[in-house]
Design a binder for this molecule. Structure first.
Ligand code: UD1
Ligand code: PEP
Length: 419
């Protein structure tokens, strides 16, 4: 297993190129299952999750060429409509195969994802929505078996809870359904909008993506096409926090500032100078004092749960005490005990972490437990005195493209080491 060895006490300084968004690229890759034509997707990050998705597409008869962040998908005759446990267990987003397979081939068999480090993460809303569209679904032997006689039928779906991949799965399924589907209480995340724009590009009829009501008029088939994935707002936010906590400067290029409003607001409240252009964000913390800030995660456009771990760390470094409240996932504080091992002072109270100022962080051997927890530990290693070793970095490789190279380019002393 690989690990990161980080020498602390550095200051982040310079320009960094932001990759395409993992959480937009994943549904878009699965959405190619809806079409029989050639599709070119640009700005696709080279990540473990993307490679896993490509393996799944190959199993369904697709030919894939993935080179230089460009993914070309050519459809062949599909004979296999399954997302097996071996793939699903490494990546929960494989549930995104369910809607497209069912809509395109009238059948799908997808392993139930099960829980993960951050929470139980059920998929009941995905299943209920597809049932409302006429699908017969059984859950047996750990698999979701779905089928429909002919095409799915448009339906009025009110989602109980705002679910990002739930909204995406149902929107994809509805593109090829007979008639109109309305999804209410839909997720408004930028990645949902990006998926909708991709589908519209292929000929889908979708209105309202980005609002809480999405209306889809089903079409007979989708075409091929070219699409460029939007920049990763969470990767961007992670680099901004890295510059803030090290008292440095970063300019994120090829970014999408409009997707990061809640995060930018909190960074400014924390004392950072943040400047934005059309496709760049700059954060300058040189000569400024970092202050801890209260945050509460909630669906977009509020503060994203995927930035919570990084801000928990920011609050440990900043002046004053602050409360971090996690409302999306029931177990997303796995980074806290590891940060405490590095000298952080944090009290856990239910779904809140109360962060107190600490004198200093010191390097330690810490364990990555999930994607964003790993990111917070890596940034902690940049600030801490002496050496930090972050183990189990396969989590971080799910979501950050070339993270150690990008950080090294900004002045960090970080090395990937094989055990
Ligand atoms: C690949 C991808 O895009 N992942 C993102 C997506 O995950 P994902 O789409 O899995 O997260 P959801 O938006 O579905 O989860 C939100 C909440 O709804 C609950 N829920 C969800 C579905 C369901 O059928 N039943 C149910 O109860 C979940 O347990 C959670 O408490 O959105 C999360 C919330 O912004 C992000 O942290 C993830 O990075
Ligand atoms: C939780 C995340 O991803 P996933 O839904 O793929 O686990 C994340 O990106 O922080």
């Amino acid at each position: 297993m690989e690990k990161f060895v980080i020498q602390g006490g550095c200051q982040i300084n310079g320009d960094v190129n932001i990759s395409g968004a993992k959480n937009a690229a994943l549904p878009i890759v699965f959405a190619t299952l809806l079409s029989q034509s050639r599709i070119i997707i640009d700005n696709v990050p080279h990540l473990k999750d993307i490679c896993t998705s490509c393996e799944m597409l190959k199993e369904t008869g697709r030919q894939i060429c993935f080179d230089n962040n460009k993914l070309i998908v050519e459809a062949g005759a599909a004979t296999y409509f399954e997302a097996p446990y071996e793939l699903v267990k490494t990546m929960r987003a494989s549930i995104l195969a369910l809607g497209p397979l069912l809509a395109r081939y009238s059948q799908a068999r997808v392993s139930l994802p099960g829980g993960c480090a951050i929470g139980a993460r059920p998929v009941n809303l995905h299943i209920q929505g597809l049932q409302q569209m006429g699908a017969t679904i059984t859950v047996e032997d750990g698999y979701i078996n779905a089928s429909i006689d002919g095409r799915l039928k448009g339906a009025h779906i009110l989602m109980d809870i705002v679910s990002v991949t739930g909204t995406e799965n149902l929107m994809m399924a509805a593109t090829l359904a007979q008639g109109q589907t309305v999804i209410e209480n839909a997720a408004r995340e930028p990645e949902v909008v990006d998926l909708a724009e991709f589908l519209i590009n292929l000929g889908a009829d979708i209105q309202g993506a980005g609002s809480d009501t999405i209306t889809i008029n089903g079409v007979e088939s989708l075409n091929g096409g070219y699409y460029k994935v939007l920049p990763d707002r969470i990767e961007t936010g992670t680099f901004l926090v890295a510059a803030a906590v090290t008292g440095g400067y970063v300019r994120c290029l090829n970014a999408a500032p409009s997707c990061l409003e809640a995060v930018i607001l909190k960074l400014r409240e924390a004392g950072a100078e943040v400047t934005t252009g059309d496709d760049w964000i700059e954060l300058d913390m040189r000569g400024r004092k970092l202050k801890a800030v209260n945050i509460k995660t909630a669906p977009h456009p509020a503060f994203p749960t995927d930035m919570q771990a990084q801000f928990t760390l920011l609050n440990v470094i900043g002046e004053g005490s602050a409360r971090v409240t996690e409302t999306i996932f029931e177990n997303r504080f796995m980074h806290v005990p590891e940060l405490i091992r590095m000298g952080a002072e944090i009290d856990l109270e239910g779904n809140s972490a109360i962060c107190h100022p600490c004198e200093r962080l010191t390097g330690a051997q810490v364990m990555a437990t999930d994607l964003r927890a790993s990111a917070s530990l890596v940034i902690a290693g940049l600030v801490a005195e002496h050496e930090t070793v972050v183990e189990r970095i396969y989590h971080i490789d799910r979501g950050y493209e070339k993270i150690e190279k990008k950080l090294a380019g900004l002045g960090a002393k970080i090395e990937r080491v094989a055990e």
